[in-house]
Design a protein around this ligand. Structure first.
Ligand code: NAD
Length: 487
């Protein structure tokens, strides 16, 4: 039974849930294929109201000290912890991941919130006496109204990548959740209100392409964060920046794990299987291509054993839509037809009791060649393509040739080799014997190449540069400071 505010999703403007006269869309749970709610597809007039509310809230919210603002996030953190179970169930219902994965997502949200609480320690102003009696001070001023556009794969965590930091740093926010998973965002704003966030400081507009384009064009929005596919990241980055907004747009990924024969067999096998299948492979940090160097048959055998322990409906959730299931299975079939060997096959998976859910089982495909679509494109399912190479430079060339550059990892016991590979991998987040090399706070999250457009990263210390602008104030009080060239 969903809470009242979730049975029919509304926009959230100035602290109130408001209807929209535009068309609506069903929200379907991928676990069962059932309709669980519906949401409005907002238009420009809905956005105008939300931006006006955010602009009205900005002067008083930004005038608070950062120490005052983060008090909201101390309380919000406690509320997230108090409602952990309920929030996790909501993530599972709308996204289809397992309850364990949903709980990990909520726990990660709590960690993000803790980072926001630490911001006063991180961004103290700098002051220097630049000339006798003259002080120069840099301070971090907020940017204004920030829009945050989010994808389906982490309905709770990705909004929390940006919303708490943007707010703690003095901005006000318009959140545009993925239309496939709009429910978790509702609970986030309800809990922010309960934590004491003033009305209008955060607002939600629901919808699809039309509202995203309106966000990119709206003159009242100063900055846009986007997380989603590369195709849309490019559209959003170009459109927002051509309207002179600052923008950071995170895109898709094709993450390579380079595996050497000396890798610790069990550690490599279990980490790679977990990376490939976690959240049904719908993570931008998921292992997608394993590039073996030399004889790695013993690791492939252990990896297949590990993969067979992953059971759809038990420790593997569903993928997001029927179309996603068909697309993923299409990649597997095309690779097989092109000569690759399917060692573990997740096609045609049906989970008892959830026959209409969208499940793909764990899939391991060996002897994939670099020219196959499955080797180059983002599959976004629990599928690992194994590409065989003869030496490390050949493996690195495959990784370097990818258009993407989110994550890369090397599995070896040889420190020198690990250093050689991590230094040459063309990816923003690199791991050694780590399947999912996510940098945890205070480190920042962001890829390279077509996995991120824009300068700053989206979380952690780097995000402070995105959500603030530096004010430089030069001050002289004493006549003894005399007149000089800067007077
Ligand atoms: P998506 O690009 O389809 O959608 C993301 C957002 O863009 C949604 O809010 C959606 O409403 C909007 N949108 C969709 N099509 C649009 C269009 N034509 N014009 C304007 N807006 C549009 O992404 P998704 O399917 O929700 O999420 C999966 C993708 O996100 C994967 O590619 C994944 O790798 C990526 N992702 C990347 C990161 C990262 O950190 N790099 C993190 C999470 C997800």
């Amino acid at each position: 039974m969903l809470l009242d505010t979730l049975s029919e999703v509304k926009n959230y403007v100035n602290g109130q849930f408001v209807g929209s006269g535009q068309r609506s869309m069903d929200v379907i749970s991928p676990l069962t294929g059932e309709t669980i709610s519906k949401l409005p597809m907002s238009g420009r007039s809905d956005l105008d109201e939300a931006v006006a509310a955010a602009q009205r809230a900005f002067p008083s919210w930004s005038a608070l000290t950062i120490k005052e603002r983060v008090q909201v996030f101390f309380k919000f953190r406690a509320l997230l912890a108090k409602h952990e179970e309920e929030l996790a169930k909501l993530v599972q219902l709308e996204n289809g991941k397992t309850i364990g994965e949903a709980k990990a997502e909520v726990a990660k949200g709590i960690e993000l919130c803790e980072f926001s609480c630490s911001l006063p320690q991180l961004i103290q102003d700098e002051i220097l006496e630049v000339s006798r009696g003259v002080e120069c001070r840099t301070s971090h001023a907020p940017v204004g109204v920030v829009a945050c556009i989010t994808p389906f794969n982490f309905p709770h965590m990705v909004p929390l990548w940006t919303v708490p930091n943007a707010l703690a740093l003095g901005n006000t926010v318009i959140l545009k959740p993925s239309e496939l998973v709009p429910l978790s965002a509702i609970r986030i704003v309800e809990l922010l209100k309960e934590a004491g966030l003033p009305d209008g400081a955060v607002n939600i507009v629901n919808g699809d392409k039309e509202i995203v384009e309106a966000i990119c064009d709206h003159p009242g929005i100063e900055a846009v964060t986007f997380v989603g596919s590369t195709k849309v990241a490019k559209i959003v980055y170009k459109r927002a920046t051509s309207n002179l907004k600052r923008c950071v747009a995170l895109g898709g990924a094709k993450n390579h794990l380079i595996v050497l024969p000396d890798a610790h067999v069990q550690m490599a096998a279990s980490n790679i299987a977990a990376s490939m299948s976690g959240c049904a492979g719908q993570r931008c940090m998921a292992a997608s291509a394993m590039v073996g160097v030399g004889d790695i048959d013993h690791i492939v055998a252990a990896l297949c054993d590990e993969s067979r322990k992953i059971v759809p409906g038990e420790n593997l959730g569903s993928v997001i839509t029927k179309e996603a299931k068909e697309r993923i299975e299409g990649y597997i079939t095309a690779a097989e037809q092109a000569g690759a060997k399917v060692l573990v096959d997740g096609r045609n998976t049906v989970v008892k009791g959830c026959e209409n859910g969208y499940y793909v089982g764990p899939t391991v495909i060996d002897y994939v060649t670099p020219d196959m679509a499955i080797a180059k494109e983002e599959v976004f399912g629990p599928v690992l393509a194994i590409i065989r190479t003869n030496d490390v430079d050949e493996a690195l060339k495959i990784e370097n040739d990818s258009n993407y550059g989110n994550a890369a990892s090397v599995f070896t016991q040889n420190g020198g080799m690990a250093k050689y590979i991590t230094e040459r991998a063309s990816a923003g987040m690199v791991g050694v014997n780590i399947g999912v090399p996510v940098p945890r706070e205070p480190f920042s999250f962001g890829g390279w190449n077509e996995s991120k457009f824009g300068v700053a990263d989206i979380t952690g210390k780097s995000s402070v540069h995105f959500f603030t602008r530096l004010k430089k104030t030069t001050t002289k009080w004493n006549p003894e400071a005399k007149t000089n060239w800067m007077s």
